[in-house]
Design a protein around this ligand. Structure first.
Ligand code: S3P
Length: 195
């Protein structure tokens, strides 16, 4: 497959949206389409902490997780990309063979936009795409995985979604309604907007 060329030489494409909206799978498809790496913020956090996200929540609570999330976000957006000759991959590792002007896709966590300072950093550095989906689609996508999301264990799915919907929209440059679309189709829509 031929990869498509980005409109700007250095671009960070951020994917935001509620848990289960497909940020990670769309990120992977988009990475193939555009030939640029994808950084998954949740994986980056897990690597940094040396622990799985549910364990971070269990040991440090949501506030501990959010602090770490903000720290990792700033590292991904400001520190790592400024390292000479560095690029980041999905598992958070840094490789030494590409230019500092590296573009990449950043798959955010579902709650990254809850902190205004995170939104400020994201808006400063990224082109932001909100992958919007209905409760039905989100539940379908999450299936049995709901138990792995600490914030969904005690219920409150719809209330949390309602509370966050305006935050995703406010952080976004583009809103994509993703119901009934495959990750490949969504990636195609985003690719059309950035190439
Ligand atoms: C969270 C979403 C999760 C993860 C953590 C908190 C949230 O990411 O960052 O469990 O607050 O919505 P995904 O949206 O990738 O599942």
């Amino acid at each position: 497959m031929t990869t498509r060329t980005l409109r700007y030489s250095s671009m960070i494409i951020a994917l935001t949206g509620f848990m289960g909206c497909g940020k990670s799978s769309v990120g992977r498809e988009l990475s193939t389409l555009l030939g640029i790496p994808v950084v998954d913020l949740d994986k980056y956090i897990e690597q940094k902490a040396g622990k799985r996200i549910p364990d971070i929540f269990a040991e440090s609570g949501e506030s501990g997780f959010r602090k770490l999330e903000t720290f990792c976000l700033s590292e991904v957006l400001f520190a790592q990309t400024n390292l000479p000759s560095s690029s980041c991959s999905e598992d958070g590792t840094v490789s030494e063979d590409t230019s500092p002007e590296q573009s990449f896709i950043l798959s955010l966590g579902g709650g990254t936009i809850v902190r205004p300072e995170n939104v400020e950093m994201i808006r400063e550095r990224c082109r932001v795409f909100f992958l919007r989906a209905t409760v039905e689609t989100l539940r379908l996508h999450l299936g049995g995985e709901q138990s792995q999301r600490p914030l969904l264990r005690s219920g409150g799915f719809e209330a949390l979604l309602q509370e966050r919907a305006p935050l995703y929209a406010a952080a976004a440059d583009y809103i994509i309604d993703t119901d009934n679309l495959s990750p490949m189709q969504i990636a195609g829509i985003i690719a059309n907007l950035v190439t």
